[in-house]
Design a protein around this ligand. Structure first.
Ligand code: NAP
Length: 334
């Protein structure tokens, strides 16, 4: 039996994926959306969201995801509560194979697999995530007004977010495993100048401590002297890098050196007919609002692409897109 060819398959259920679903669903394209295991992605781990327009009162990350889901289902998005195992974008229609081994085909694909904050992988980290452990100062900084927090990491993110946290926290301790920062000189200088920030050098967090409800401290270890001590804190902000969830995309789409999908300003990837939106293609902004915007753009571009296929063969449409991508310098080999 011939496999049905879908109009559009969306991979990922964060703000970008659901938004792409809402738009393509509303355009009667009957999208198929793979949610992955964590519906909602990173936002589902966020305690409260208060900078997403339209919600003057804070909304929990979980509730926002629930609303995205309901709204997408209202427009006929078909959700598959599964992960994608393999994609084949080298031939058209594109192939997507689920972890259960089922093959799906589509004329267009929107990739919205997001990124994950790198974890410390120490005891207490998972238990207290959202209860004192955070990976997003913009999201959670406000909840630490007049409190003591530690920031783990020595890169640009740790400095930038540490500086941001001084707007709220009484004191910010940056814990770094070496005695030199990786961050740019400009950010280092701003952090050194800030009198709310202190540094704890050559030190790692071995454990995050709590009272069962929330974080109360950390166990620190000096990697040079071996000295171990308990350090009281209300919050632990971890900024040791992000990792794009692009394992299934390697060899399929052009990625940058860190593994993020390269897109042009229309969210087009190096393969005509495959679009990417949200953090998988955006290491810079990482906000619900920007992911929603990119999901909208990807959906509208997918619609336009599918409309062109009504009059022309895929190869013809693809050739035109490739020429534009080439002119933009995006068509590097994956
Ligand atoms: P990053 O540059 O990779 O820095 C990660 C930091 O975490 C490093 O200091 C690293 O220590 C530390 N680290 C890694 N694994 C660790 C572990 N298991 N335990 C303890 N510490 C650990 O990541 P990032 O700061 O998120 O930045 C990512 C990229 O975005 C960079 O290219 C950065 O320049 C860019 N960015 C730019 C800006 C800006 O320009 N305003 C802002 C944010 C990010 P070591 O130093 O010892 O390796």
């Amino acid at each position: 039996m011939a496999t049905k060819v879908e109009n559009v398959i969306i991979i990922g259920s964060g703000p970008a994926g659901f938004t792409a679903g809402i738009y393509t669903g509303r355009a009667n394209l009957e999208p198929l959306l793979f949610t992955g295991y964590e519906i909602g992605g990173q936002i589902s781990l966020t305690y409260e969201v208060e900078n997403y327009p339209g919600f003057p009162e804070p909304i929990s990350g979980a509730e926002l995801v629930e609303r995205f889901q309901k709204q997408s289902e209202r427009f006929g998005v078909r959700l598959l509560f599964e992960r994608v195992d393999t994609v084949d974008f080298q031939r058209w229609p594109f192939r997507v194979i689920s972890e259960e081994g089922q093959e799906y085909q589509a004329r267009a694909v929107i990739v919205a697999t997001g990124a994950s904050a790198r974890k410390l992988q120490v005891p207490g980290e998972a238990e207290y995530t959202g209860r004192g452990v955070s990976y997003c100062a913009t999201c959670d900084g406000f909840f630490f007004t007049d409190k003591r927090v530690i920031v783990v990491g020595g890169g640009d993110s740790a400095m930038e977010e540490g500086i941001f946290l001084t707007r709220f926290a009484r004191e910010v301790y940056i814990v770094h495993r070496r005695d030199q920062l990786r961050a740019s000189k400009r950010l280092q200088e701003r952090a050194f100048r800030n009198d709310k920030i202190q540094f704890i050098w050559n030190t790692v967090v071995d454990e995050i401590l709590g009272d069962g409800q929330k974080v109360t401290g950390v166990r620190l270890r000096n990697v040079q002297t071996g000295e171990v001590r308990e350090f009281p804190t209300d919050g632990v902000f971890i900024f040791i890098g992000h990792e794009p969830n692009s394992a299934i995309l390697r060899g399929q789409l052009a990625l940058d050196e860190r593994g993020y999908v390269l897109v042009d300003r229309y969210q087009r990837t190096s393969v005509p007919g495959v679009f990417a939106a949200g953090e998988i293609a955006d290491p810079r902004y990482r906000q619900v609002a920007t992911s929603v915007g990119q999901g909208t753009m990807a959906a509208m571009e997918a619609e336009k692409f599918l409309a062109e296929l009504e009059d022309k063969a895929y190869e013809e449409v693809a050739r035109e897109i490739r020429q534009e991508l080439e002119a933009e310098g995006l068509l590097v080999t994956a």
